[in-house]
Design a protein around this ligand. Structure first.
Ligand code: DOR
Ligand code: ZN
Length: 346
């Protein structure tokens, strides 16, 4: 069986820089027309000039083989971010928003924000300019259980923020809980959420039962089966506030299979295949195209893509590793047999 879809976009992606960038971005360009490129490099992408320079490097790495991939850049918010840079970014068509990392929440978030009060001037300008705030929604206080960090952020940070700034456009990135899904539903048209393939396909039992699986470790961490059910229901509901964002986050095999393994699932080579798996299992293949190719563009006010991709239902086995500079990288679902395959290229 074959299914033709409008070419999708990935509204949340990490591609790193240098050799890693060259190794991973082609996987995304194979399936997606556009992707929102996360700014958590070392050092982070904090200014418009840095974002535009990074965009050139992403373009060069992605399109050397003739692809027409379009990176959409983000700024990394710090407590030193200036309102001038935000105003300038809002006027740049290739910069799509600014990313809020609570300091210490995840990979390369040390330069992030310790309290929203510290960036209130910037948030005011973002609300005025309708320049989207992309949120890593987890509190970081050490006494808060890692499985509760998203729910606490939603009730304790996001809800008060939107009461103060009701016109702010917010994307709650990689939602993982029923609480976050319910919040997004209740929040109106200016609030949306991305959903990753790992949070649709796996829960914390997959991560922890029968041995720890480092390649399923990401942040926010996988939650309960009941949370996963809420995510599947949201993704396949046809509600336009939920759309595709893989959060594909490449880390070399040696840093994942490690006594202190890095957070991040590398899903780029199998992204549409995994979403198709999740939607097919839910009996909702008819909802995949809008989730993958329409709702995100609509939220960000971008045109729909005009090309198509083809998914074919024919079993194949995901490779164990891919090259990653001088190292290797293990994709999500490595060695597993998947039902769907994206067949246009390669
Ligand atoms: O698992 C994750 N990995 N979550 C994040 O928020 C960041 C990402 C990364 O950059 O590796
Ligand atoms: Zn991310």
């Amino acid at each position: 069986m074959r299914l033709s879809l409008r070419k999708p976009d990935d509204w949340h992606l990490h591609v790193r820089d240098g050799a890693a960038l060259n190794a991973v971005v082609r996987h995304t360009a194979r399936q997606f027309q556009r992707a929102v490129i996360m700014p958590n490099l070392v050092p982070p992408v904090v200014t418009v000039d840095q974002a535009l320079a990074y965009r050139e490097r992403v373009l060069a790495a992605a399109n050397s083989g003739g692809a027409q991939f379009e990176p959409l850049m983000t700024l990394y918010l710090t407590e030193k971010t200036s309102v001038e840079d935000i105003r300038r970014a809002a006027g740049e068509a290739t910069i799509i928003g600014a990313k809020l990392y609570p300091a210490g929440a995840t990979t390369n978030s040390d330069a992030g924000v310790t309290s929203l009060a510290a960036i209130d001037d910037v948030l005011a300008v973002m609300e005025e300019e309708q320049f989207p705030l992309l949120v890593h929604g987890e509190v970081t206080a050490s006494h808060v259980d890692v499985f509760d960090r998203e729910s606490n952020f939603v009730s304790g940070v996001l809800d008060p923020l939107l009461r103060t700034r009701p016109m702010l456009r917010v994307v709650v990135e990689h939602v993982t809980t029923r609480d976050a899904v319910n919040f997004v539903r209740s929040a109106g048209d200016s609030v949306a959420a991305t959903i990753t393939p790992q949070h649709l396909l796996f829960d914390r039992n997959h991560l922890l039962v029968g041995g720890v699986k480092p390649h399923l470790y990401c942040l926010p961490v996988l939650k309960r089966a009941s949370d996963r059910e809420a995510l599947i229901e949201a993704a396949t509901s046809g509600e336009s506030s939920f759309f595709l964002g893989t959060d594909s986050a490449p880390h070399a095999r040696s840093t994942k299979e490690n006594a202190c393994g890095c957070a991040g699932c590398f899903s780029a080579p199998v992204a549409m295949e995994l979403y198709a798996e999740a939607f097919d299992r839910a009996g909702a293949m008819d909802k995949l195209e809008a989730f993958a190719s329409e709702y995100g563009a609509r939220f960000y006010g971008r045109p729909l893509n005009t090309q198509n991709i083809t998914l074919e239902k024919s079993p194949w086995t995901v490779p164990d590793v891919y090259p990653f500079g001088k190292e290797t990288i293990v994709p999500l679902a490595a060695g597993e047999t998947l039902a769907w395959r994206c067949v246009d290229h390669e």
